[in-house]
Ligand binder design. Sequence first.
Ligand SMILES: [Zn+2]
Length: 619
Amino acid sequence: MYQRVSRLDDPKYMLKVEYGGMNDALYHLFSITKDERHLTAATYFDEVELFKDLAAAKDVLPGKHANTTIPKLLGAIRRYEIFDDPQMAGQYLYEKDQKQLPIYLKAAENFWRIVINHHTYATGGNSQSEHFHDPNQLYHDAVIEDGATTCETCNTHNMLKLSRELFRVTGDKKYLDYYDRTYSNAILGSQNPKTGMMTYFQPMAAGYRKVFNRPYDEFWCCTGTGIESFTKLGDSYYFKEGQTLYATGYFSNQLSLPKENLKLDMQVDRKVGAVKLTVSKLIDNKTSEPLNVKFRHPDWSHGRLSVKKNQKTQPNNETFGFVEVKKLVPGDVIEINLSMTLTVGSTPDNQQYISLKYGPYVLAGKLDRYQMDSDRPNGILVRISTLNQTATSTLTAHMDWPSWQKKAHADYQLQTENERYLVKVGLPGVDEKIEFVPYYQVYDQRYGVYFQWQQAGSLAAKQRQEKLAAIEAYQNRIVDQLTNFDQNNWEFNKHLQAKNSEVGNAYGRRFRQAGVTGYFSYRFDIKKAQPKMHMILIFNKSDDGKLLATHIGNDPDNQFQSQIVVDSSNAKSVDKDGFFELEIELPKDIYLDQPSLKICFSGLQDTSARLFGIQFLNA
Ligand SMILES: [Zn+2]
């Protein structure tokens, strides 16, 4: 690494690629080897100009690739930590570099603060389509932009690493609160418990589903970091400094402390937030040393933390978010009540675009199971969720916003006796009957993390209702359709037959085309057909001038044939990616009273135009 990069005319040339945590890894190596070549190689991957901007509290994130940027700050902290030792700094750094050292920590602290306060959803996830966008526009990114691509899972993996390091260096509890929030939601929610496969993006808006990678032919970046996250199930529950132990993660666990000859057994009832810590000897016939334990008061647990030692209530000595219990010895039992409750959060750009949390758990509203095997391509080999446009996405209340917020907090219904879900929560005072369950436990249905709150009868509610009615009316006109050319279930369900034909991706959609003298055909279910049925074919402008020949009809002697030359200039409208519809009215004698209809495509003596969608629509 050192030899290759040092030979470049400008070593900073390396910073143009997705180099992620190279500085972190190389500083780590240097801290072990003390080899100056490793140190020099690490500095090649420090983006000092970025660190300076961040240290000056500038939000320079819009447009940046999120998961490339986060690990750069991990490297910055590592450098700070190594040279925070005056002896190390004196031996390896020039004086000007020693003076610049605080910038590295400040950059990481400010980066973390900017990401959390201005770019992060309730689950702890950030980014849309892998990038940071303008600050405080989370509603916009999830609803107006493509909501299928919010919250890349890698980003949360790296934000956990960053938060852990920032806590170790600064001791500030806020980093652990974020760790808890993100671990309990984005990370636990990233795995399909039936198959073990991982998510890439995690949609936040209502109507999407979680898409997990396939086991044999898909291995995404998020598959790798996702698996790594689950190797940390026993990590970051405790931190130790001298004789003080920081108890920070509230999942049932056991901890052995050989030096003190102590064993801690923590049992946590995560449904209600009851914690019981029992102290015993690790080895029976050996003396034990007493231990001070500082318990984290999580940000989701409101009010004073109730702590009992051997059934006696402890005085409230909370400082910097930790309650300390001193001199624990074998036989001691500590009980803590974390008091869980329902809280309502929203995005900065839409105060009534809300998410719900019970204790640390972000709740997802369970929706429908509409087209659970459908997905769309995104970049190379990554599949993303389709949207059910008619899924419930609102919460409609017959009272004003402040009254409803109070009611939700006071009157929610909690159900803890359930096999499948940790808890189920019912929301009071809304028309929509939606069951809310922990987001991390949802994997086999469409859901919503965020919903649009609205007051019944308001202008906005009426407009949303009209829009939904128009979508539903359109969907009722659809006789049959094919929107996903997957060489798999979608096409096989339409009885695909093909010779010398292939599928591919372009502009975010899949297509099929026929090669020279090749063809492809389908059989559609047209039982719903009425007189004046149209066929709609979807093309892209970049195929203008190309030909697609069609033969439609079940009777070889009575077919509707046409040779379509793609021409976007005649289209009613062309979307921003160049897609447009061609509408063809079919002669009714080929389809009326038929259960199904065969349609065949070819390019005759040339490669055909690419076909991105087929739809049969009643007038
Ligand atoms: Zn990833």
